[in-house]
Design a protein around this ligand. Structure first.
Ligand SMILES: [Zn+2]
Length: 432
């Protein structure tokens, strides 16, 4: 299985071309390069190359609510793939919990306190759980720019191009051929009809595009005459008029006819987080190109590629129309945050539950990735060398998780640092 290409830095830390993993091994075994960073894997040359020649690379991003896909593309080759998992839901629940504590504290009948009305949200404010998505994507764009000669960023900004759907005449060649247009229309309809069958409300089933007024009876091909139906409903309706088909359900008929006339408004079509991501990217790189999700899906199905977040990122934009995947194993990155400010864990009565660590154990902090040597077989863990993430530093040492069981390490003798905690944990996709 092909793994990701390796980042290479010149001795002065300026980025050079990505190199094949075999070349990276060769450089390391000959002592010409050493490890600069493990996740993502970056090497640094021991001797400076004067006036190096580098190719041009583009970062391509498919932002999502839970997962964001990243790839680095050079020409038509995809050399690096990464999938980032956000923690928006955790942030939301943490803040709700904090608000609950605060409300409880303030509403306690201790003294009179005047109501406060001085809270104002600045323009372009995003909820912390959404801002987290923008900020983590920013972190990774900055990292890629530091380790790779990037000169373009391509982002899937919207699901479909509203303007092109409304005025198909203004479109480019891809649109005039009609195929790409179909994908844009589909994304539009999914958004407009709430991703469910208009007639029975079935969700998570394949949906077919349906003419509300049938074509055989003079109905048009315009998007305003289209809806989405599951296979059964589509077959059942056939070329009946909607008035006849829904004659027994006047409420549903009224609702569908109303929804038909209502074009999707601009606010529903755009996603504020994705726009914030594009605005942020424009500050980091001069050339930012924005594309639609309709085009991504078109590119992916045309090439018969499977669905994954990094493959979607690879198919973004015009450059995604014909790609060569040089790597089959994306780097999986999980946002873990930086813990909380709670000084002591407490029990149900509010008393300290765990003895406080007197000193930080040899600078080990939660989230560090370490290589651990277990010399003797333990109850649940066999002797061997493990790479793992530190769970909790305690006063007696630090706890790591090996094969699902907590192991306490009380000496630094068997620990080697691999990667200092940076708010993420890393892994590889298994069985792919
Ligand atoms: Zn249906």
């Amino acid at each position: 299985m092909q793994t990701n290409y390796v980042f290479l830095l010149n001795a002065d830390k300026t980025p050079l071309d990505l190199i094949h993993p075999a070349r990276a091994r060769e450089l390391q075994s000959k002592g010409k390069a050493r490890v600069f960073r493990h996740y993502p894997y970056v090497l640094i040359l021991q001797h400076q190359i004067i006036n190096p020649f580098t190719k041009s690379y583009s970062i391509k991003i498919d932002p999502g609510s839970v997962w964001t896909g990243f790839v680095l593309q050079c020409g038509d080759e995809i050399l690096f793939r990464m999938e980032l998992k956000h923690r928006s839901l955790n942030i939301k629940s943490d803040l709700e919990q904090r608000a609950g504590f605060r409300r409880g504290r303030r509403s306690r009948n201790l003294r009179y306190r005047q109501k406060r009305f001085n809270r104002k949200r600045p323009q372009g404010w995003l909820a912390p759980s959404l801002m987290h998505r923008v900020l983590t994507v920013e972190t990774w764009i900055k990292r890629f720019i530091r380790y790779c000669p990037v000169n373009c960023i391509e982002i899937e900004q919207v699901h479909f191009d509203m303007q092109k759907i409304m005025n198909p005449e203004i479109s480019g060649t891809g649109y005039q051929q009609g195929t790409l247009m179909g994908y844009e229309v589909r994304q539009y309809l999914l958004e407009k009809w709430g991703r469910e069958c208009a007639y029975c409300g079935a969700k998570n089933v394949p949906l077919e595009i349906e003419h509300v007024y049938p074509k055989s009876k003079g109905g048009s091909d315009r998007v305003s005459n289209l809806t989405l139906a599951c296979h059964q409903c589509n077959q059942a309706k056939g070329n009946q008029d909607i008035q006849d088909f829904l004659s027994g359900k006047p409420d549903l008929l009224k609702q569908i006819l109303g929804q038909m006339k209502r074009p999707l408004n601009h606010a529903a079509a755009v996603n504020s987080t994705r726009f914030a991501i594009v605005a942020m990217a424009k500050k980091l790189c001069g050339a930012v190109k924005c594309w639609t999700g309709g085009r991504t899906k078109f590119n992916r199905t045309q090439q018969g590629l499977g669905k994954s977040h990094s493959i979607d990122a690879a198919c973004v934009g015009e450059s995604g129309a014909s790609i060569k995947l040089q790597t089959h194993q994306p780097l999986m990155v999980f946002c873990k945050g930086h813990g909380n400010r709670q000084a002591r864990r407490v029990n149900a009565s509010g008393f300290p539950a765990v003895e406080k660590a007197k000193d930080i154990f040899h600078h080990v902090t939660a989230g560090d990735i370490v290589k651990v040597q277990i010399t003797k077989d333990r109850k649940k863990v066999k002797a061997g060398i493990y790479t793992t993430r530190v769970k909790t530093p305690t006063c007696k040492g630090c706890e790591v998780l090996i094969d699902g069981s907590r192991v306490t390490l009380s000496t630094m003798k068997d620990i080697v640092f691999v990667h200092r905690s940076d708010g993420y944990s890393y892994g590889l996709l298994k069985n792919s």
